[in-house]
Design a protein around this ligand. Structure first.
Ligand code: ZN
Length: 620
């Protein structure tokens, strides 16, 4: 896919990445005049950006640069744009559309700079117009671009051809006297401001909506424009810098929590995650018991810690106990303490977790695994505010806030007679459900870069980032082990890839981790194809000698059915999240792949008859 237009009248010198860096390093100002090679070889390249597109129709998702996108008809946008103008008036509608564009541009900039942290300003900046083109809004031709190494000076001028918004405006209103590519101008301003960390304002000097053959836009730092108030009014500049980019907003939030929770933080921007954290901050100031539910690995302990840190008890101890980690005969002694001589081996009296948490918070993980007897005693502590040590006779006053967590459905446990209903009610005063990672996929890129930073620092390694193939694979992977699994994968990737390398699927697959990409991406010719096909096409053209079996489904990856089976067998999951039939079929396919499609050999490998194997394949 060719993203830059070549202007033959002035054949510019090819601006390689090195050349750009040199220019930025040696001269105060980089000037790209008639910038036909505008950022042509810097990071990210047009191809790298196109590789970040992934279609995952099985999830109803489209991804671009790790962000969930949507395909919307240009004409539907035109219709709603017209309705906005008629309902709100020209000025308000213009402001709204400018800010939509700003939001989109700021988000793209945040993703680009997080993903290519080693990119210089000039090439990262040039990714903005490219993304704008990929998103189907305009065809950008760079006219002039100047930036100095400290971004003290910035000037950018473009031609926009084929603007979608201009098409829609002209279709509805014809040619007039004002420029009308509002959303697109907002995008340019949002992208540049978010990327460069200072307010950059773009204005349309000419527009197809005014009868010009193309739109011409100029961007400068805000303080270099006159009559800035007009632009600021459309941008609703009152507090737009603080709430406009989720990149910077998200980081502030992360930083705040990071300080509070120490080593690890809770990270996310997805609707499901934000809902859960809002509940956390609502309940934190109270004394209410909190029940955290969710699958294994979703971060319940981290949430409990953040809740404690955000509560008035933050200066007091947080005591944690994983109820499943202790044998049943020791749980009660751990929870309530023991008096000397209570049982063989109890040579000294010692306090239990409730006593040690006095004045603070007690986190009881996997509470669903407690015996009914321990449950009754916990209920009594919660009701009376007193514990009695094992073998003791004197009740001891305790003031403890309890946060409990479980990956079981406690209502079902109550029905089955394994959990006390009255204790459930007592704990369930304020339930918070933590969504599994596959239901908050928007957070995956954020978590990936968080863990990349964390583990690079911990191991003193400097991998440069993630391959698009890996990002797309992880965006469509089912993550039976949730965040913990992602965290382990990234740590493994950091170690396997090493310094200066990009972490790729192979670095995780070497460790035998179950990964299978189900996404559809864009080939270099701009066609859609499964990512494996895009990759193998590329592999074939780049290094014809490489073995095609490297990308073979059966070798690189373990299917989700088998991952579910593994999770079930290991006890990580309580339920088998797939059918026996699917597991069988998966094994049949795997055996077939190993035997080069020979059904008889595959049947032998599986201890089945040839007819059984054929039957299963027919059933597929
Ligand atoms: Zn225009």
């Amino acid at each position: 896919m060719t993203m830059t237009r070549t202007i033959s009248s002035k054949p510019g010198r090819a601006l390689g990445e090195e050349f750009l860096k040199q220019m930025l390093g040696q001269q105060k100002r980089l000037i790209v005049d008639r910038a036909n090679q505008f950022g042509a070889a810097g990071l990210p390249s047009a191809e790298q950006l196109a590789e970040t597109i992934a279609f995952a129709p099985q999830d109803g998702n489209i991804w671009l640069c790790g962000q969930r996108m949507m395909l919307l008809q240009g004409s539907a946008f035109g219709a709603i744009r017209r309705e906005l103008i008629e309902a709100l008036g020209l000025d308000k509608a213009r402001g709204l559309l400018t800010r939509i564009g700003w939001q989109a541009g700021a988000r793209d900039a945040a993703q680009v700079s997080a993903r290519w942290p080693e990119g210089d300003h000039a090439s990262l900046y040039s990714a903005g117009p490219r993304l704008h083109m990929l998103e189907g809004m305009v065809n950008v031709e760079a006219v002039r671009f100047e930036i100095d190494s400290n971004i003290g000076h910035f000037y950018s001028e473009f031609f926009w051809h084929n603007s979608l918004e201009a098409d829609e405006h002209i279709a509805n209103y014809g040619v007039g006297s004002e420029p009308a590519c509002w959303m697109e101008v907002g995008y340019a301003s949002g992208y540049a401001s978010s990327l460069l960390g200072r307010l950059v304002v773009f204005r349309e000097q000419e527009c197809r909506c005014m009868g010009h053959s193309a739109c011409r836009i100029i961007g400068k730092p805000a303080d270099q424009w006159e009559d800035l108030d007009v632009d600021l009014a459309y941008l609703d500049a009152g507090d737009f810098l603080s709430r406009s980019t989720y990149g910077s907003g998200g980081e502030t939030e992360v930083a705040d929590i990071e300080e509070a929770a120490g080593d690890q933080v809770i990270v996310g921007i997805s609707a499901a995650f934000v809902a859960a954290s809002q509940q956390l901050y609502r309940v934190a100031p109270t004394q209410a018991s909190v029940l955290l539910t969710g699958e294994s690995g979703v971060g319940k302990e981290l949430f409990a810690r953040s809740l404690h840190e955000a509560s008035p008890r933050s200066q007091t101890p947080l005591v944690a106990l994983n109820c499943a980690a202790l044998p049943e005969n020791l749980v009660e002694a751990e929870l309530f303490g023991v008096e000397r001589g209570a049982f063989t081996g109890a040579e000294r009296s010692r306090p239990g977790r409730f006593e040690r948490a006095h004045g603070g918070t007690l986190f009881l993980d996997e509470i669903g695994t407690l015996s009914l007897s321990a449950q009754s005693k916990i209920l009594r502590v919660l009701q009376e505010g007193e514990v009695e040590r094992v073998g003791g006779t004197t009740p001891i006053k305790v003031d403890v806030r309890v946060i409990a967590a479980t990956n079981l459905d406690l209502r079902r446990e109550v029905e089955a007679g394994r959990f006390r209903e009255d204790l459930l009610y007592r704990l369930n005063v304020f339930p918070i459900h933590l969504p599994p990672l596959r239901e908050r996929r928007e957070d995956i890129p954020l978590l990936m870069s968080y863990f990349l930073r964390k583990f690079s620092a911990r191991h003193g390694l400097t991998p440069t980032g993630f391959s698009s193939r890996l990002v797309n694979t992880l965006l469509t992977y089912s993550f039976p082990g949730n965040i913990r699994e992602l965290q382990n994968l990234i740590e493994r990737g950091v170690i396997a890839a090493g310094d200066g390398e990009v972490i790729d699927v192979v670095h995780l697959a070497e460790a035998g981790e179950p990964l299978r990409s189900q996404s559809i991406g864009l080939t270099t010719e701009g066609r859609l194809a499964s990512v494996a096909d895009c990759d193998s096409a590329k592999t074939a053209s780049n290094s014809p000698a490489s073995s095609p079996t490297d990308s073979d489904d059966g070798h690189l990856a373990v299917a989700p059915e088998l991952a579910s089976l593994q999770a079930f067998m290991s006890g990580r999951e309580q339920e088998l999240g797939t059918s026996l039939k699917d597991i069988e079929l998966r094994l049949v396919r795997l055996a077939l792949a190993r035997c080069g499609g020979n059904i008889t050999a595959a049947a032998q490998m599986l201890g089945m008859s040839r007819a059984q194997v054929s039957y299963r394949l027919k059933d597929e």
